[in-house]
Design a protein around this ligand. Structure first.
Ligand SMILES: [Zn+2]
Length: 435
């Protein structure tokens, strides 16, 4: 594996003269100064991390099944062999992959430097090739389903438990709340309510989360697929726990969906901030801010802010053009790793994620909805990369996720660092920060 642990604490490149870089508690004098910072002023734990993303030309050609073109070819056969299908079918699927990969060849032909790192974008080598026909899309979806079945059959089931939701949301909040001048009971109420939205899903549930002109039955099918990424008994995941500000355009049931956005997390968070502002008691305020914080936290997870079509796995059949086959094992395998390495990290993760939270400053967050959008824009860029890496490496072998030098955990450290700073900045708007 790559030399992994050269990371250091967040270093502020420009924060006004005299600001201490190590340990805010040692800062003396001018304690009431507002030392909030802009994201551009904060260096990420891994500013040079490399990540892949997918060009619109690729989505146009093969929809969200682009990963069949980019995944290690032997790995695909390995997954097909593990799928519960007859060996003749394995051969059929393997032949289809070969044919697909000879029609559509991709390469990382665009490299851009962004705040999130070095972005490598997959493009078609020949953009004149036409998109998959409907019949071929049905076949490709069937084959993709078999590959994903093989992935699901690998190792133990990693369906995430209530543990993840409760622990991760609450702990992240606790790390940051330690920096505020608030009472213990206020802190406890806020912290202990951050996981509740996974039980109730949404409260306002008003916003138009997919504001594109498509028939209701198509939108309903997409909404049901999003809910399928959750689990009614443990974690509800309606579209209000997701947000992509610039989703790729895909074609569903013949409708090109090129939404100006996808998901309702910012407006749901905003709703709870209004409730907090109207609260009669401190505990009611803390509870509603805890709810709002949940949606902001979700945005820092690249599978809530990116790679959503990949997870929803649109899989049309000859009889049902709106069929989806949502897959959540990649999402859950990844979140499980975040949970397990929060306070005590294994070697391939590097420092525990708590360190990313403990070393930051509040960002300027104009309002929670904008904070959600900004954090989503950041973390969502990593979605396709992490999706591909987990699929390549296997859900039970996260040390293999560093395939091709693309380190899933570098990106996760960056996301955790951003989550901490956005959380601080959001809470700063409502509570007294202890500089
Ligand atoms: Zn959630």
């Amino acid at each position: 594996m790559r030399e992994p642990h050269t990371r250091r604490r967040n270093v502020l490149k420009t924060i006004g003269a005299g600001a201490a870089l190590t340990g805010m508690s040692t800062v003396t004098g001018a304690v009431s100064d507002d030392r909030r910072v802009e994201p551009e002023d904060v260096e990420l734990p891994y500013p040079d991390t490399k990540y892949v993303t997918v060009g619109d030309d690729v989505y146009d050609a093969v929809n969200h099944h682009w990963w069949l073109l980019t995944l290690d070819r032997d790995r695909i056969d390995e997954l097909l062999r593990k799928a519960p299908v007859a060996s003749d079918d394995v051969q059929t699927h393997s032949d289809r992959i070969d044919s697909l990969r000879s029609t559509y060849t991709v390469e990382q032909s665009e490299v851009t430097s962004t705040r999130a790192g070095e972005e490598h974008t997959y493009h078609l080598t020949d953009r004149r090739v036409s998109s998959l026909s409907h019949d071929r899309q049905v076949e490709v979806a069937e084959t993709a389903g078999a590959v994903l079945d093989g992935f699901a059959a690998e190792g133990d089931s990693q369906d995430v438990s209530t543990n993840w939701y409760a622990k991760t949301h609450r702990k992240q909040a606790a790390y940051v709340l330690d920096e505020f001048n608030i009472t213990n009971s206020y802190r406890d109420t806020l912290r202990s309510n951050t996981d509740d939205p996974d039980q109730f899903g949404c409260k306002s549930c008003q916003v138009d989360w997919l504001p594109v002109p498509i028939p209701d039955y198509v939108e309903d099918a997409i909404g049901a697929a999003v809910r399928g990424l959750g689990n009614d008994s443990e974690a509800k995941h309606p579209p209000f726990h997701f947000y992509l500000g610039d989703p790729p355009s895909v074609t569903i049931a013949g409708y090109e969906i090129s939404a100006p956005k996808f998901g309702g997390a910012p407006s749901e968070a905003q709703y709870f901030v209004q409730q907090a502002n109207n609260a009669y008691t401190a505990s009611e305020k803390a509870r509603n801010l805890g709810y709002a914080a949940h949606y902001l936290q979700d945005m820092s997870v690249p599978f809530h802010s990116g790679a959503v079509w990949e997870q929803l796995n649109y899989s049309p059949t000859y009889t049902d053009p709106t069929n989806f086959d949502p897959r959540r094992d990649i999402h859950y395998a990844y979140e499980e790793e975040i949970n397990e390495n929060l306070e005590d990290a294994v070697y391939y993760v590097g420092d525990p994620f708590v360190d990313d939270f403990k070393s930051g400053y509040p960002y300027y967050v104009s309002d929670v909805a904008q904070g959600c959008k900004d954090l989503s824009t950041f973390a969502g860029k990593y979605g396709p990369d992490i999706f591909e890496s987990v699929l390549n490496g296997g859900k039970d072998s996260p040390w293999e996720w560093n395939d091709n030098g693309r380190n899933v955990f570098e990106k996760t450290h960056n996301c955790m660092s951003e989550a901490g700073n956005y959380l601080r900045g959001f809470l700063y708007n409502h509570n007294d920060y202890n500089w």
